[in-house]
Write a protein that binds this ligand. Structure first.
Ligand SMILES: [Fe+2]
Length: 160
């Protein structure tokens, strides 16, 4: 069943909300691709996009957090690092299991299930419990307009 972003999930910042909406779509795409044909070549493409977007999104969110003096920045950064570590590890394991899926389909299925779990955790635990904690700080601090462009430059991603 697809997951849908709802207004109750708004953190009060348009840029982060937009990223989260895209994240939900991307997770739905991952589920769709794996659900349709586990041996599809599209799997490589969707995993690349997921990994790339996760890095960009975490970097963007953290840059915004520093701009609003989010007091739980360090904790949040460590949660992102942990999530990214898990995601990269599972994606690597899926790529390896994919190559061996003809001889060991069970191992491949286990890795796919791990990926689904991490993605659900990202939505249900991280977005709902931790990202929503930013909401009240967006009501206090206003982001200077000149900062907006930085959130979408390559440097922001590289600096994370
Ligand atoms: Fe976050």
């Amino acid at each position: 069943m697809p997951i849908l972003w709802r207004p109750q999930l708004s953190v009060g910042n348009e840029i982060i909300d937009r990223d989260h909406k895209y994240l939900f779509c991307l997770i739905n795409t991952v589920e769709l691709v794996f659900g349709k044909n586990k041996k599809s070549k599209d799997i490589e493409l969707v995993l690349d996009q997921l990994e790339e977007f996760a890095k960009e999104h975490f970097a963007r969110e953290q840059k915004i957090q520093t701009d609003i003096n989010f007091p739980y920045f360090l904790l949040h950064e460590s949660l992102h690092n942990e999530l990214m570590y898990q995601l990269e590890k599972i994606i690597l394991n899926i790529r390896i299991a994919y190559l061996r899926c003809h001889t060991d389909p069970e191992a491949y299925d286990i890795e796919i299930e791990k990926l689904h779990k991490v993605l659900r955790h990202w939505i249900l635990d991280h977005v709902l419990k931790h990202d929503l904690g930013m909401k009240k700080y967006f009501q206090i601090y206003e982001i200077p307009e000149q900062n907006l462009v930085q959130y979408f430059t390559k440097n922001t991603v590289d600096a994370a």
